[in-house]
Design a binder for this molecule. Structure first.
Ligand SMILES: O=C(O)[C@H](O)[C@@H](O)[C@H](O)[C@H](O)COP(=O)(O)O
Length: 230
């Protein structure tokens, strides 16, 4: 299965296209199966997309939103992905959507991994998974060099706890297996540095050095990369 890459001159052109595409995909899922499941990522890149999606007229009570990964912080923390989603996506029209949190009251994500895995395992095949990518080739919280990388790439569990070696906060991440249980995967990327990292990720296959390759080089789920030059 080939990866299709769409390039945009600006992030706002990308957001126009992506918003229309996601909206259609969510509407189709609702029409065909009664409910749509959308996985989103944290980080800075998705904020304009979240803000646009939030204004769309959609049957939002029939949409469930889940995070691909979460930093193990209170949902009120400025660096929390849940906070990002609540502030920018679960607003306006989309305030009526359902949200499945990756957090529990446990002190660390290791104690919570089984509970969160069960929570995520109860969800059906996702309609779309939107992933970001770090300049080190991580995606979700599957980080190069972390002790849990192999587990993340091979476990049958839906989620696992991760402590990145070179990024802040312990995390909860969906596993490769759960992320690939989707009808479509998107990568949402912006800027020249990420374009160069993407070229490198596409050119070689070693997953240990760039975990993002586990999604770019696979035959199970179609992947569309949306890349804005600025
Ligand atoms: O919580 C996280 O850190 C993410 O989900 C992570 O995988 C993110 O998508 C990339 O690091 C890109 O982040 P930026 O969009 O900020 O570059």
């Amino acid at each position: 299965m080939t990866v299709s890459t769409q390039r945009f001159a600006s992030d706002s052109e990308l957001v126009d296209y992506f918003n229309r595409k996601l909206r259609l995909q969510l509407e189709t899922a609702i029409a065909e199966r009664g409910h749509a499941y959308l996985v989103v990522s944290g980080g800075r890149t998705p904020i304009p997309l979240f803000q646009r999606l939030a204004t769309q007229q959609l049957a939002w009570p029939q949409v469930t939103i889940v995070l691909a990964d979460e930093r193990w912080l209170p949902a009120s923390d400025a660096a929390s992905n849940e906070r990002l989603v609540r502030e920018h996506l679960l607003q306006d029209q989309a305030a009526a959507a359902n949200f499945v949190s990756l957090l529990t009251s446990a002190e660390d994500p290791y104690q919570a991994a089984a509970v969160v895995s069960d929570r995520l395992a109860a969800l059906p095949t996702f309609d779309a998974v939107i992933l970001g990518m770090g300049e080190d080739g991580h995606t979700a919280s599957l980080f190069p060099g972390s002790d849990e990388l192999q587990e993340g790439l091979t476990t049958d569990a839906a989620a696992l706890a991760v402590t990145p070696k070179h990024a802040p906060h312990a995390r909860m991440s969906m596993s490769k297996k759960r992320l690939l249980d989707s009808r479509q995967i998107y990568f949402h990327l912006s800027g020249a540095a990420k374009a160069a990292v993407l070229d490198h990720a596409l050119a070689e296959e070693d997953v240990e050095t760039m975990p993002v390759r586990a999604f770019l080089h696979q035959q199970q789920v179609p992947v569309e990369v949306l890349l804005a030059s600025s």
